[in-house]
Design a binder for this molecule. Structure first.
Ligand code: ZN
Length: 330
């Protein structure tokens, strides 16, 4: 420990740390000495000296002195151990959020089989093919165990909270939700969670939902079916339609529009047919925007009050859906 601590302290520059905390200094005589106002007590004439080579400070006003660890203890009112932990965290290399999300997705995937209620929910939504569930990496957040799992792997509570994975109490933000990872270029950029009860709304992590779902698999298809929800996507995939993608809502972001318009193709718009007509309206607006970019569009008309998911759940089959595609009007 003693030797590790010395190495650790040598890696961190006291002067750099102070300057990050906005300490203003001027050289004092020799090359390695700097002086400025003391951050540890109130003063108007600078009496706080730092020797950059020795990595030490001394204040002639309040008489405090020592190394960086001592400075952190005094300035942040922390114990020796707490100061050490604080500095270790400060100097840790930044974590890539995609790496954390990869761990989370794997963990939730492993949970799915252990909770019959989650599998039962998937079945109710028409998802029964284990190959589909594996391929889409669908998981389940039972709640309560993600924090323990990830902090044991060295991720800080603070980071997990910042990413929106845990709430302020440390509970899973995706509590009792089925979870779909959303990828871009093979990296997970967000998670979509759908509550298996009725009490909670569906949710994403803060930040962008990314591009179109599994766009890489369909980007060269001359005809693409566009649906708004992941359960719509999943049942179509299961029924053998592989030229399908999902916008995760009826409002497309700039990245998603750009993807649809990057080459000539025909888009089969398959949004929900809801009673208030909002799906139809969104579908019309999107069609105009795509046509303006030279993209052909067809409106797939589902039976009243249905979306692709309910169409299949209520007994519709691939042949019937194919007929709807053939009947789709520009
Ligand atoms: Zn002082």
């Amino acid at each position: 420990m003693g030797k590790d601590l010395e190495n650790f302290k040598q890696r961190l520059s006291l002067l750099d740390y102070l300057q990050q905390q906005n300490w203003v200094a001027r050289p004092a005589g020799h090359g390695h000495e700097f002086v400025g106002l003391c951050p540890l007590h109130q003063e108007i004439r600078p009496s706080f000296y730092v020797n950059a080579r020795k990595n030490l400070f001394y204040c002639h006003g309040c008489g405090q002195g020592g190394d960086l660890l001592r400075f952190v203890q005094l300035s942040r009112h922390l114990s020796f151990r707490q100061s050490l932990a604080y500095l270790e965290q400060q100097s840790a290399p930044p974590t890539d959020p995609a790496d954390v999300l990869e761990q989370v997705a794997t963990f939730y995937q492993q949970q799915l089989d252990r909770y019959p209620e989650a599998l039962c929910y998937l079945k109710q939504r028409g998802l029964h093919d284990p190959a589909l569930i594996r391929e889409l990496r669908i998981g389940y957040a039972p709640g309560g165990s993600l924090r323990r799992h990830l902090t044991a792997q060295g991720y800080s509570f603070d980071l997990l909270q910042r990413l929106g994975l845990l709430n302020s109490k440390g509970h899973d933000a995706f509590y009792q939700r089925v979870v779909f990872p959303c990828c871009r270029g093979g990296r997970i950029v967000n998670l979509y969670g759908r509550s298996i009860g009725v009490a909670f709304a569906h949710r994403f992590l803060p930040g962008s939902k990314g591009g179109l779902y599994t766009w890489e698999q369909v980007q060269y298809c001359p005809e693409v079916i566009l649906v708004e929800g992941l359960f719509d996507y999943a049942v179509l995939w299961q029924a053998g339609f592989r030229h399908v993608t999902c916008s995760l809502g009826t409002h497309l972001n700039a990245c998603q529009l750009q993807q649809l318009c990057d080459r000539p193709r025909t888009i089969y718009l398959t949004f929900d047919v809801d009673a208030n007509g909002s799906g139809q309206q969104a579908s019309q607006q999107l069609a105009h925007r795509l046509q303006a970019q030279g993209i052909a569009t067809r409106h797939v008309l589902l039976p009243d009050g249905q979306d692709p998911n309910s169409f299949f759940v209520q007994g519709g089959d691939a042949q019937q859906f194919r007929s709807l595609l053939e009947a789709a009007q520009p």
